[in-house]
Every structure is written in C-alpha cells, then in structure tokens.
Design a binder for this molecule. Structure first.
Ligand code: ATP
Ligand code: NCN
Length: 208
C-alpha cells in the first residue's frame, strides 16, 4: 500500500474575532503550498496578549466555526480550549503530532508573529515539530522579514517559508475599534457571523 504523508496547515490565533484576513490568508496559503487542509486553533488563554476586550474562548471558537463552515478544507479544533491553563504552542504541537504522526505541519503566522517566534516557550523544540509559513503584514518590510527568517534558520535550523500572498490590512483590532465607534464591519468578517460579532463585541442595532 502506498503511504501518503500529508502537509497540514495550522492557523493558530486569538481570533478576537476571526476576520476575513485570517480566511483569505489560510485559503491563499493552502493553494500556494498545496496543503491538504488547514486546522484553525483558537487560543483559550493566549500567552502574550493582554486585552481589554478578550471575549470568552467558547464564543471565539463558535464564531470561528461558523466563519469557516463553507470551506471543506478548513477544520476547527478546540484543542487549546480543553484546559484553563495558559496555552503554549509546544504542547499543542506535541498533541497534534501524536494524531498526525507522519504528516508534516506548517504553522501559518503573520509577520508580526514572526518577530515573536523565538520568545515562544521552548521554541527550539517547537521548530523541530513544525515548519512555518510567514504571511506579510503591513508595517513589516520584506528586508527585515528576510533577515529574521535567516536568523531563525541559522539559530534553530527552523524551516520557514514565505508566502507571496497580497497584503491584507485587516486585524481583529480594526474590527473591535470599528464596532466601538458604531461603524460598519460589513465585508470585514463573513456575513454569516457579522450580526453575532457586532452584538458580542458590544455594537449597537445599526449592524443588525
Ligand atoms: N491581515 C493579516 N495579515 C497577515 N497575518 C495576519 C493578519 N491577520 C492576522 N494575521 C496572523 O494570524 C494569526 C492570528 O492572528 P490574531 O488572531 O491575533 O489576529 P490579529 O488580527 O492579529 O488580532 P489583533 O488585532 O487582536 O492583534 C497571527 O499569526 C497573525 O499575525
Ligand atoms: O507558545 C507560545 O509561547 C506562544 C506565544 C505567543 C503566541 N503563540 C501562538 O501564536 C499564534 C498567534 O498568536 P496571536 O497572539 O497573534 O493570536 C497562536 O496560535 C498562539 O497560541 C504561542
């Protein structure tokens, strides 16, 4: 029997809330790197981020599930919601590796996350368990991105690839800020979750 090792993408994030940037990036990278599927993993208790407006992890998960429902290549995972402790990627990857034993993992990160990678818990071992795909993000110039990738490769033998996808200047911060100002988030999140996102993040009737 022929063995087939699958390249699997991982889109880890706080998703507070998920937006079309996450979806466009995942779909672009899936095709670009010929990934079999992309697992979306919301972080229950994010290690680095301190938020004024971090909504409940189960709500972030359910918005994410609704947002990815129409893409058969996208899979949702609650692996980081099963404990109240801070979630570190090293633990998640070890669990995923026991499930996807022979498959190759590709952790998708935006350029902002690239610059934090070596501060992740046990990054030396993280980089043995997964490849990385970096997606450019406004304010991060490509020369600096290239230098950082070079450094991660030489220091940790990390396997880091760069996506050629287009800049997408959308963030969860933008969504939260616009809702706070009573502005529209139409087209910034999938239509299937727009009303829920507006309500959950304290928006008014205007978006309903
Ligand atoms: N527009 C984007 N371009 C490139 N990468 C992105 C973009 N939006 C999110 N990402 C990446 O997706 C991953 C998860 O992002 P996250 O859920 O923190 O969203 P965010 O938009 O960065 O949130 P916030 O504005 O609250 O910081 C991170 O690696 C982040 O860099
Ligand atoms: O493991 C760590 O130390 C660690 C520190 C910061 C972030 N991460 C992961 O990086 C991914 C993107 O994080 P964020 O904060 O940009 O949403 C998400 O999957 C986080 O769990 C992981």
């Amino acid at each position: 029997m022929e063995m087939r090792f699958m390249p699997i993408g991982i889109m880890g994030g706080t998703f507070n809330p998920i937006h079309i940037g996450h979806l466009i990036i995942a779909e672009y990278v899936r095709e670009e790197f010929k990934l079999d599927s992309i697992i979306f993993i919301p972080n229950g208790n994010p290690p680095h981020k301190s938020y004024e407006n971090l909504i409940d992890a189960k709500l972030r998960l359910s918005l994410m599930e609704k947002a990815i429902a129409d893409n058969c290549f996208f899979i949702s995972s609650d692996i980081e919601l099963r404990s109240d402790k801070i979630n570190y990627t090293i633990d998640t990857l070890r669990k995923l590796k026991s499930q996807y034993i022979d498959d190759e993992l590709f952790f998708i990160v935006g350029a902002d996350t690239l610059f934090e990678l070596d501060s992740w818990k046990d990054f030396a071992n993280v980089s043995k368990l997964t490849n990385f795909i970096v997606y450019k993000r406004a304010t991060y110039v490509s020369e600096t991105i290239d230098l950082k990738i070079k450094k991660l490769k030489s220091t940790y033998s990390a396997k880091v690839f760069e996506s050629r996808g287009p800049f997408i200047d959308i963030s969860s911060t933008l969504i939260r800020d616009r809702i706070a100002k009573g502005l529209s988030i139409k087209y910034l999140v999938p239509d299937s979750i727009r009303q829920d996102v507006t309500k959950i993040y304290g928006g008014n009737w205007y978006e309903l």
